[in-house]
Design a protein around this ligand. Structure first.
Ligand SMILES: Cc1cc2nc3c(=O)[nH]c(=O)nc-3n(C[C@H](O)[C@H](O)[C@H](O)COP(=O)(O)OP(=O)(O)OC[C@H]3O[C@@H](n4cnc5c(N)ncnc54)[C@H](O)[C@@H]3O)c2cc1C
Length: 378
């Protein structure tokens, strides 16, 4: 595997670096007013599209740049280097709904949705988890009854990130009432403005309302919104989760690497314990990124990445918490925290969610055991 840029990569990197230098927003993203946050995220997405850099590895016929995953990595490396903002509410659309549509949807859906995601005109959310179906997703019960050329959806989802801001949803429902487990599920595009969809935000321990419960009361969704075929939803959902756990969090990994570098640079050299712990964390983050490069390289050559997405996801989530803990201990925060230390505490609290979202650490371990090590199913 080639780990350094070839000539064309170096040229691409230089172009990207210059462009990001001139275009990265300098003002902070609004964090309290969620609608203002949405406008900020979409405007930044539109700027990337106008600059010719939205969807680096997406097909050019649907508005992407049409380059490979190698260039996509370069884009993210430079993106983080330039201090560009988190993707915010664009996460689902860009990182897994769009890739799922590219892989599994028909041309009509691709032509309609992909350019809208890239141009920053539509926000997506994911309606998979339910109160009784998180790790055990196959036990989901939200019903989709077939009625002519519509699916009538009734039920409830939970932990739907950004549902209050979303235009569309990746919705997984049970369309065969007699089916059990993985069979009889359907992945369908739900327009969040349809009558009968009700979004109720949930407040987290970090004080944010990024998640919601979503209720469906006889929501009539056109049958043509089904992606991948009726009853084939489990397979489409596995594609979605593959993107979410795999290439979907490249930026986060690179951001963690940069965060550790910055903390190491400013660490007090008279405290060798902290310096040593940060240095170990830096080595681990680099090792994780090497695993990611290997996974991307294998995928680009059409080879099965095996359980590597789960291994990287598990490694990342544990490292992220380890680093946040180190930094919060070093910042000596207790009681009322303001200014920079408040950000440290926010990051620390935020770090808890990464061992749960996109499958808990135990679920990732199960996948590694079964698919990576060939152990029997639990
Ligand atoms: C930041 C974040 C964002 C999220 N965004 C979304 C979203 O947008 N859309 C969406 O649909 N969902 C979303 N979720 C929900 C997420 O997918 C679920 O929380 C997750 O799958 C776990 O399900 P659960 O909460 O029901 O926990 P449970 O499945 O009830 O798990 C409880 C505990 O039991 C353990 N456990 C369960 N089964 C096993 C097993 N077989 N082997 C070993 N241990 C097991 C788990 O590891 C966990 O510790 C999000 C969650 C987070 C934290």
């Amino acid at each position: 595997m080639q780990l350094t840029d070839v000539d064309t990569d170096a040229e691409f990197r230089a172009q990207v670096r210059d462009w990001l230098h001139d275009h990265v927003p300098r003002e902070p993203r609004p964090m309290v007013d969620r609608r203002a946050g949405r406008e900020f995220d979409l405007a930044w997405q539109r700027t990337q599209y106008d600059g010719g850099y939205a969807g680096v590895s997406w097909p050019s016929e649907y508005g992407g740049v049409g380059l490979g995953l190698g260039q996509q990595l370069i884009w993210y490396e430079e993106y983080v280097r330039a201090g560009a903002p988190d993707i915010g509410c664009g996460f689902v659309g860009v990182n897994h709904a769009g890739p799922t549509l590219i892989a599994r949807a028909d041309d009509e859906h691709k032509a309609f949705h992909l350019p809208r995601i890239l141009r920053g005109e539509a926000v997506w959310c994911q309606g998979f988890s339910e109160p009784g179906a998180g790790s055990d997703l196959a036990s989901l019960r939200t019903r989709g009854e077939l009625d002519g050329d519509e699916i009538v959806v009734t039920g409830q989802k939970i932990w739907t990130s950004e549902a209050d801001l979303a235009d569309y949803q990746e919705l997984l429902v049970r369309t065969d009432p007699d089916s059990e487990r993985h069979r009889g599920l359907t992945w369908v595009i739900c327009d969040m403005s349809l009558p009968g969809v009700e979004v109720r935000p949930i407040r987290t321990m970090a004080g944010t309302t990024e998640f919601s419960e979503v209720f469906y009361d006889e929501v009539r969704i056109p049958l043509r919104n089904v992606v991948g075929g009726l009853g084939n939803g489990w397979s489409v959902a596995m594609s979605t989760l593959g993107f979410e756990r795999g290439t979907g969090f490249l930026r986060e990994q690179l951001e963690l690497a940069r965060y550790v570098e910055d903390r190491l640079a400013e660490a007090d050299r008279r405290d060798p314990v902290v310096v040593a712990a940060l240095a170990v964390a830096r080595a681990e983050v680099r090792a994780m990124y090497a695993m990611t490069l290997r996974m991307v390289s294998r995928s680009a050559r059409g080879l099965d990445p095996g359980a590597s997405a789960s291994m990287i996801r598990l490694y990342y989530s544990q490292l992220r918490q380890q680093v946040e803990r180190l930094v919060v201990d070093g910042a000596d925060v207790d009681g009322v925290v303001l200014g920079r230390d408040a950000l440290v505490l926010d990051r620390y609290l935020d770090g808890y969610k990464v061992t749960i979202g996109a499958g808990t650490k135990d679920v990732q371990r199960n996948i590694i055991g079964e698919r990576g090590l060939g152990l029997p199913r639990p």
